[in-house]
Design a protein around this ligand. Structure first.
Ligand SMILES: Nc1ncnc2c1ncn2[C@@H]1O[C@H](COP(=O)(O)OP(=O)(O)O)[C@@H](O)[C@H]1O
Ligand SMILES: [Mg+2]
Length: 449
């Protein structure tokens, strides 16, 4: 039996939660499908990219989504992520995040790239599996802080349909049991070698003290067979996860306190992780899954970041890179060179470019209807046509953003249906980017004093 351990994923998709995929059928875009409306050529092109990624034919290449603000570039990227499925890593960053105070920009980019490469590892591990029938944590005084109690070990009893066993476990396992919040009636696994504890769920045959109407842990049956067993696991981790694991190996403190500090990873660590992964692949124990790194608003990157990207794309272990921009011809940051989208020409040469176009009023209507349903905002006809007008004249994003404030305004007036008047009021309260720029320009002198 194998289990896929879910990948950690960085979701920044609040505004795109209605997008479930590209909405293609045999490579053709349906007018409205999977939360997607219109933009058919771009969606079909994105479908080709998805197939190429799946077939491993995109290695070392990059895609550029170019189009005016609010034309669905980020939405397309989220749709691509959905189409690729859970197992293919998809990492989304905005170019400005690269400039952080804690890390060099090349390090941020490198980490992002390595978060976008999955390694699917198969391993057979010896585990102890069963429902917890008894659990007693032994605590003792902290060696340096007499006021604090720390776990010293535990006694735990596990049960399956045909087996029952007690274990004395050391402080590492005891800590794991506490951290995972294990209690009587939970089905757990303990890794025989590392002592890592996995909480599978609450046993359907757990002796119930309290029954909750809503539970956050799944219900699972009482396992059969012996307590000690071998099981095949399929983990998908990212190269970055492996880097982190290697960089802090041997440090008990990170295990205990679990804190994930943001820091730079030494190049030797990456090198040895790469070698290890290649060895695993050669031995047939692992598979590399190149995922996608999406960099939004890419014109904000500077020349150094671009050259780093260009070089990294050539590497053996590189993800597919998708860039997005709404800038036309502009200066490449850090230089005086003017180039299309502010992207250096040598990189531009290697990009497959997909353009997105402005929406028609009918398309804006469809998108707003889907988005309103997603946010559970009930619009009357006048409110919808006001928002469509905003979507066409200002921007689609601004129209989408006005949905929730409009609902709040309606609620304040004791209504659940949003009217045109509520939309007008929301528009007055929350200006769009253009208006706020004009405001700032007008009052610049006074504001900057
Ligand atoms: N073709 C589309 N179908 C459905 N929703 C869309 C579509 N295009 C854009 N949206 C939605 O409209 C809003 C603005 O689009 P967004 O992707 O942020 O534009 P961009 O990244 O090009 O500035 C988002 O909420 C997005 O999900
Ligand atoms: Mg965007």
């Amino acid at each position: 039996m194998s289990r896929v351990v879910e990948l950690r994923r960085f979701e920044r998709v609040g505004a795109h939660s209605h997008i479930k995929g590209l909405g293609l059928k045999d490579g053709k875009a349906l007018p409205v499908a999977a939360g997607m409306v219109g933009q058919t050529e771009a969606r079909e092109a994105a479908g080709v990219i998805v197939n190429m990624v799946r077939e491993g034919k995109m290695a070392g290449r990059a895609v550029l989504l170019a189009g005016p603000p609010g034309t669905g570039k980020t939405a397309l990227a989220s749709a691509i992520a959905k189409e690729l499925g859970e197992d293919v890593p998809f990492m989304m960053i905005t170019a400005s995040e690269v400039y952080s105070a804690e890390m060099k920009k090349t390090e941020v980019l490198m980490q992002a790239m390595r978060k976008a490469i999955g390694v699917r590892i198969r391993e057979v591990r010896k585990i102890y599996e069963g429902m917890v029938t008894d659990l007693e944590i032994k605590t003792g005084r902290h060696p340096y802080n007499p006021y604090q109690q720390v776990p010293m070990g535990a006694r735990i009893k596990l049960k399956t349909r045909s087996d029952e066993r007690s274990f004395n476990v050391d402080e590492t396992v005891a800590t794991e049991l506490i951290v995972r919040g294990v209690s009587r009636g939970d089905v757990i696994w303990i890794d025989a070698e590392t002592g890592r504890v996995t909480k599978v769920g609450r046993c359907t045959e757990a002796p119930e003290e309290v029954r909750y109407d809503i539970e956050s842990v799944p219900r699972v049956p009482l396992p059969g067979g012996p307590i000690a067993k071998e099981r095949e696991f399929v983990h998908t981790v990212t190269l970055h996860d492996l880097d982190e694991m290697h960089a802090r190996r041997g440090s008990v403190f990170t295990l205990l306190f679990g804190g994930r500090e943001e820091r730079e990873i030494p190049p030797e660590v990456r090198q040895s992780v790469d070698e290890m992964v290649k060895r695993w692949v050669d031995e047939g124990r692992a598979e590399v899954i190149p995922g996608v790194l999406f960099i939004d608003e890419v014109s904000a990157l500077d020349i150094e970041a671009f050259s780093f990207l260009g070089r990294a794309m050539e590497g053996e272990l590189a993800p597919v890179i998708i860039l997005a921009t709404n800038r036309g011809v502009t200066k490449v940051r850090g230089t005086d060179i003017v180039a299309p989208h502010g992207i250096p020409l040598d990189l531009l040469d290697r990009l497959l470019i997909i353009t997105t176009r402005e929406y028609t009023a009918d398309e804006v209507r469809e998108i707003l209807k889907i988005r309103a349903a997603e946010e559970k905002v009930d619009l009357d006809e006048e409110a919808l046509s006001k928002l469509i007008k905003v979507g066409v004249e200002n921007s689609l994003r601004y129209a989408v953003q006005l949905l929730s404030p409009s609902l709040e305004i309606a609620k304040r007036k004791g209504r659940t249906k949003v009217t045109g008047e509520d939309v007008e009021q929301a528009k007055r309260l929350f200006v769009d980017v253009k208006q706020s720029m004009e405001y700032l320009k007008k009052y610049e002198e006074r504001l900057l004093k």
